[in-house]
Design a protein around this ligand. Structure first.
Ligand code: SAH
Ligand code: SF4
Ligand code: F3S
Length: 434
C-alpha cells in the first residue's frame, strides 16, 4: 500500500480546485487518499487569509495536528495556499509551528513531491512572488456533477480591504485554446456542469493583448462545444461586466443564468473608499441591464458591513441597494482588517457591536427578499440539473441557480429533468418531476 494523504481546504472555489491539483500531484507520486479513522502520512493544509477567522481556523487545526504528529512522528504536515503568500507570513508560521514539514506558496505546488521526498528537520519554505502560469498540473477531480476550470489567476483591482492581489499576484489569463480543450475533455468525461474560475472573470484576456479574445468571446466559443452541459462562471466585478457578455448569456443554451456580482456596499462614499470604481447607481444600472436581457437571471452578491468609517446612513444605503437589486442569495461579511491593505490603516474602524448589529439586520432583510423571490417560483416548471443525492432526496439546480429538492434516486445525479415547484419553505424550494 502506498503512503496516504489528507488535504484540508479553506477558502474559495479557487482553493477547492487547487486542492484537486494537489491531490493530482500526490497521486502521481504514489500517494493514496487516507481513510478517515487513521492518521495520514501527509497532511496538506490549503489555506485562506481573506478574513481573520479563516486564519484562526487554520491555526486551530495546526494545534490539533501537532498533537496527532506527537503520536505519529513520521507524519508530514505541509501548509500551502494564500496564507503563506502574505508578507512575512511563512517565516512567522515556521517560528510558531516548527513541526510543519514545508510551507509552499500558491505558485510552488509543483515542488510538493520533491519536498516530501526530503527528511529535513527544519521547515522548508518555498515561496515565489513571481506568480507564473503553470499548466499541466494533473487534477484529481471530485466525482460529482461539476468540474472547475481556471480561466485566469490573480487580481488587478486592489479593492482597499482585500488581501487577494497581494497573495495571488497580478491577473494572468490562460490561453483560450487550453481552456477550450479542458472544457471539451471534461464534457466528454461526463461532467454536466463546468464552472469557470477567476477573481474577476470579466477582465479575462486583458493581459493577452488581443482585443477579440475577451470574456464574451470565450463564453461564446465555449458554448459552441457539443454536448449537453451547463456553463457557469464566477466572479463578476460590476465595473467590468459588459452588455456583450450578457448578450452571450441570453442567447446561449449552455450558459447558466446565475450571476455572482458582489456590490460590497450601497454607499457611494464607502464604495469610493473601497476602490470599487462604481457607484450604487452604476451597480443598479448593471443589474437592470442584466434583468432586461436575461429576465430570469438569478443574482447573488457579497456585502461587507462595518468597513472603516461606515455610518448608519451608509449602512442604510446598503439596505436600500439590497432591496432594489433583489438577490436570490447574498453572502454577508463583517469587515476584517487585513494587514498590508490600505483599509487596515484607515481611521474610523467600526466597533464590533455595530458590525454585528448591522450584519444581522442585513441577514434579516435578505431573508425576507429570498422568501419573496422563492414564493414567485411556486407553480413554475424549471429544467433542473440533478447535483446531489442527500437523505433519500435529489437536489437539483435550475438554469438561474435556484436549488430545488425533489424525489429521485441516486442515478439522477448529473441528469437534466423538468421539475415543477410545489412548495416554498423559508425560501427553500421543493418540487416534483413532471
Ligand atoms: N474576487 C471576488 C471575491 C473575492 S473574496 C470579487 O471581487 O467579488 C470574496 C469576498 O470576500 C469578497 O467579495 C468580499 O465581500 C469578501 N471580503 C474580501 N476581503 C474582505 C475583508 N477584508 N473583510 C471582509 N470581507 C472581505
Ligand atoms: Fe479582492 Fe477586489 Fe480583487 Fe475581488 S476584485 S479579489 S474583492 S481585490
Ligand atoms: Fe480564495 Fe481565500 Fe485565497 S478567498 S483566493 S483562498 S485568500
Amino acid at each position: 500500500m502506498g503512503k496516504t494523504y489528507r488535504i484540508i481546504t479553506y477558502g474559495c472555489q479557487m482553493n477547492v480546485h487547487e486542492s484537486e491539483k494537489i491531490a493530482g500531484l500526490l497521486e502521481e507520486d504514489g500517494y493514496v487518499p487516507y481513510s478517515e479513522n487513521e492518521a495520514a502520512d501527509v497532511v496538506v493544509l490549503n489555506t485562506c487569509c481573506i478574513r481573520e477567522n479563516a486564519e484562526t481556523r487554520v491555526l486551530g487545526n495546526l494545534g490539533i495536528l501537532k498533537k496527532e504528529k506527537e503520536n505519529h512522528p513520521d507524519m508530514k504536515i505541509v501548509v500551502c495556499g494564500c496564507m503563506t503568500q502574505a508578507d512575512g507570513a511563512a517565516e512567522k508560521l515556521k517560528a510558531r509551528c516548527p513541526f510543519i514539514h514545508a510551507i509552499l506558496g500558491t505558485d510552488n505546488l509543483d515542488k510538493l513531491p520533491q519536498v516530501l521526498a526530503e527528511n529535513a528537520k527544519k521547515t522548508r519554505i518555498e515561496i515565489s512572488q513571481e506568480h507564473k502560469l503553470k499548466e499541466n498540473i494533473p487534477a484529481v477531480r471530485s466525482l460529482g456533477v461539476n468540474a472547475w476550470v481556471n480561466i485566469m489567476y490573480g487580481c488587478n483591482n486592489f479593492c482597499s480591504y482585500c488581501i487577494v492581489p497581494y497573495v495571488r499576484g497580478r491577473e494572468r489569463s490562460r490561453e483560450k485554446k487550453q481552456i477550450i480543450a479542458d472544457v471539451r475533455e471534461l464534457v466528454s468525461r461526463g461532467y454536466s456542469q463546468i464552472t469557470l474560475l477567476g477573481q474577476n472573470v470579466n477582465s479575462y484576456g486583458n493581459d493577452l493583448g488581443d482585443k477579440n479574445n475577451d470574456f464574451a468571446s470565450l463564453l461564446s466559443d465555449l458554448s459552441d462545444i457539443e454536448g449537453k452541459f451547463r456553463l457557469k462562471f464566477m466572479t463578476s466585478h460590476p465595473k467590468d461586466i459588459v452588455s456583450q457578455t450578457v448578450d452571450v448569456i441570453a442567447n446561449s443554451d449552455k450558459l447558466s443564468h446565475f450571476i455572482h456580482m458582489p456590490p460590497q456596499s450601497g454607499s457611494d462614499r464607502i464604495l469610493k473608499l473601497m476602490n470599487r470604481r462604481y457607484t450604487a447607481g452604476g451597480y443598479l444600472e448593471k443589474v437592470a441591464m442584466i434583468k432586461d436581457k436575461v429576465p430570469d437571471a438569478g443574482l447573488s452578491g457579497d456585502v461587507i458591513v462595518g468597513f472603516p468609517t461606515e455610518t448608519e446612513a451608509d449602512f442604510a444605503d446598503t439596505l436600500k441597494l439590497v432591496s432594489v437589486a433583489e438577490f436570490a442569495n447574498l453572502y454577508t461579511f463583517i469587515y476584517s482588517r487585513r494587514s498590508g491593505t490600505p483599509a487596515a490603516e484607515m481611521d474610523g474602524q467600526v466597533s464590533v457591536a455595530d458590525k454585528k448589529r448591522r450584519i444581522s439586520e442585513l441577514i434579516d432583510k435578505q431573508f425576507v427578499i429570498s422568501c419573496r423571490l422563492a414564493e414567485r417560483c411556486v407553480g413554475k416548471t424549471y429544467e433542473v440539473l440533478g447535483t446531489e443525492y442527500k437523505k433519500g432526496k435529489m437536489i437539483g439546480e435550475t438554469k438561474c441557480g435556484k436549488a430545488i429538492t425533489y424525489a429521485g434516486s441516486k442515478d439522477a445525479v448529473g441528469k437534466f429533468v423538468s421539475v415543477r415547484v410545489t412548495d416554498n419553505k423559508n425560501s427553500k424550494l421543493y418540487g416534483e418531476i413532471i
